[in-house]
Design a protein around this ligand. Structure first.
Ligand SMILES: NC(=O)c1ccc[n+]([C@@H]2O[C@H](COP(=O)([O-])OP(=O)(O)OC[C@H]3O[C@@H](n4cnc5c(N)ncnc54)[C@H](OP(=O)(O)O)[C@@H]3O)[C@@H](O)[C@H]2O)c1
Length: 327
């Protein structure tokens, strides 16, 4: 009898602890998502530098930050798009905007860092947003990834943010304050795998680990590093229509901005978090099997659509493709 009582007390206690920790996690989520005051970004510095600033999330972030009075250094590969973005921002907001032309696919890492260092020399840069990114035009097996696409994804998603961060950090260390925001991917934290989009997902996993590590390295220097891991956002990259689970870049950037300076890895849009919660509660084997079938389907669709294009489309022709496999 004593044994049964002990067993009941132990299981009840474990259950109680589990429920309490679940409630605490939920309250922390509500606090972070809606109640916690956003950090005053101007306290980090009066300038922000954004890569991938000519489209999607990066561009929307540019408007968001300019609306708070931050001056901007916009990094992009296309001088005309950069100039257009500057004009749009300056038409709406009274801020200074500097432009830096870098095609991360073509420029070597050290040269990227040099150009960024020159551009921010003498500026009070407090925030870096690494948003530039490249995805597959459509899903494919790893051995089918042509060398141009492979090189592009590694350079834009991995080398680019690494070298830009290296270029910006000394300014922040000198001031003993700063914030770095890397835009990763939900595939890193929500999904057990991301088959047929392997390289993209792997570069984003790198970005999450990179952010976690440097966050610890530079916390004592007053620098807050964060990797945001959104699920789908309606942009040129995702080619997805807006829906409750797929916010516009503008909507995403508003929620994204609220989280800057806090946790190391976050999913700022609340419906992405909800999606992530349910996906994580499904056994990995089911998710893996579903994802494999899903991406095999997209591979077939992509192949039949581009069957008359040989070899496989290059990353530069990416923007013309109807479905990319981001996340
Ligand atoms: N959209 C989503 O569903 C989603 C989900 C998870 C994570 N993400 C991540 O969020 C970030 C932003 O994505 P997005 O959806 O906003 O994509 P997007 O609309 O395609 O914008 C990508 C940006 O990166 C720039 N870029 C691409 N290649 C470049 C290169 N070689 N050199 C310099 N800049 C380059 C683009 O320049 P151009 O304007 O010249 O093309 C553009 O400004 C990416 O890192 C992506 O992986 C997106």
């Amino acid at each position: 009898m004593e044994g049964i009582e002990l067993f009941l007390v132990a299981t009840n206690s474990i259950g109680f602890i589990c429920v309490c920790s679940g409630i605490l996690r939920f309250l922390k989520w509500v606090w972070g998502m809606w109640l916690r005051p956003a950090k005053n970004l101007k306290q980090y510095g009066s300038w922000a530098i954004i890569s991938g600033s000519t489209d999607g999330i990066g561009k929307a972030m540019g408007f968001e930050l300019a609306s708070e009075g931050l001056n901007l250094v916009l990094v992009g590969r296309n001088p005309l798009k950069l100039e257009g973005t500057r004009k749009e921002i300056r038409d709406r907001h009274d801020v200074e905007v500097k432009l830096v032309v870098i095609d991360m696919q073509k420029v070597e890492g050290e040269e990227i860092a040099k150009r960024v260092e020159e551009a921010i020399d003498g500026l009070d840069v407090g925030l870096l947003v690494n948003s530039a990114g490249l995805a597959y035009p459509y899903a494919r097996f790893f051995h089918e990834v042509d060398s141009e696409l492979m090189d592009g994804i590694i350079k834009v998603n991995l080398e680019g943010p690494t070298w830009i961060t290296k270029a910006v950090l000394p300014t922040m260390i000198n001031k003993k304050k700063g914030a770095i925001l890397n835009i990763g991917s939900g595939s890193t934290v929500v999904l057990p795998s991301y088959p047929l989009v392997t390289l993209y997902a792997a570069t984003k996993a790198y970005l999450a680990m990179f952010s976690r590590c440097i966050s610890l390295e530079y916390k004592q220097q007053g620098i807050d590093v964060q990797c945001q891991v959104p699920l789908f956002v309606s942009t040129k990259m995702s080619k997805m229509k807006t829906s409750v689970f797929v916010p516009t870049a503008e909507k995403y950037s508003k929620t994204c901005r609220r989280w800057i300076g806090y946790e190391k890895v976050v999913q700022p849009y609340y419906l992405h978090s909800v999606q992530g919660f349910f996906i994580r509660s499904i056994p990995d084997a089911f998710v893996d099997s579903y994802l494999l079938r899903y991406f095999l389907y997209w591979r077939r669709r992509g192949q039949s659509k581009y069957s008359n294009i040989n070899p496989l489309p290059s990353p530069n022709s990416f923007s013309q493709h109807p479905h990319s496999t981001t996340n």
